[in-house]
Design a protein around this ligand. Structure first.
Ligand SMILES: [Ca+2]
Ligand SMILES: [Ca+2]
Ligand SMILES: [Ca+2]
Length: 209
């Protein structure tokens, strides 16, 4: 089933020049919201936001993770049907392509986003904290660590696997607090560290509350 023709973006002002597979996700008479996740400003992963139960509230995201193929000079599969269901229960967009139970590809995770650029398509929500999935499906917030510094630090602090754990790489080591839980808050980019610290401490960053 071909998606309807939408403006590619305000930048390109043209329709997406290919069809995307949505079998098993949408029925013939159902619609969704379509857009792109620009991963590290390099890879344009196609994204759809879906209201799976038809109650008027968009609740699920699919990202065509096969666009990682581009790094190997291969063509993406242009299908959402073989990608993971991403929602509030399963917020991480990742898949295991080698069948060993360990995810190999990821685009990140659903997360809250402080709209420091006022870029939200819903004008009344600009500059505020955006939900991971907009009720109207106009946006979804995907958070990722594109460089790995934060992941490395988190591993040193709370890595759960080490030399006594079977089937892990010999260089893998425990963190200093392997039983600790982690909270991912991306801040060392064009964001705001102070707001991130406040958010992690429990403030909701809603003015007047
Ligand atoms: Ca819904
Ligand atoms: Ca796919
Ligand atoms: Ca794997």
């Amino acid at each position: 089933m071909a998606l309807q023709t939408y403006p590619f973006s305000v930048l390109f002002n043209t329709a997406v020049p290919w069809d995307m597979e949505v079998a098993g996700i949408l029925e013939a008479n159902e619609t969704c919201k379509f857009g792109f996740l620009l991963w590290l400003y390099l890879v344009p992963f196609p994204v759809i936001v879906v209201d799976t139960d038809g109650n008027g509230v968009y609740d699920t995201v699919y990202i065509d993770l096969s666009w990682w193929y581009l790094f190997w000079g291969l063509a993406p599969d242009l299908s959402f049907s073989n990608d993971p269901v991403v929602n509030y229960t399963n917020p991480i967009a990742a898949m295991d392509i080698t069948g060993d139970g360990v995810n190999d590809w990821s685009c990140g995770s659903l997360g809250y986003f402080l709209d420091v650029w006022g870029a939200c398509p819903n004008e009344d929500e600009r500059w505020g904290v955006l939900e991971p999935i907009d009720d109207e499906g106009n946006y979804t917030c995907i958070i990722y660590d594109y460089y790995g510094h934060g992941t490395s630090c988190a591993s040193c602090a709370a890595g759960k696997y080490g030399w006594l754990t079977v089937d892990v790489h010999p260089y893998v080591g425990f963190g200093v607090a392997p039983e600790a839980n982690l909270m991912g808050v991306v801040s060392l980019w064009l964001g705001d560290v102070i707001e991130c610290l406040l958010w992690a401490a429990g403030f909701d960053l809603v003015p007047g509350t």
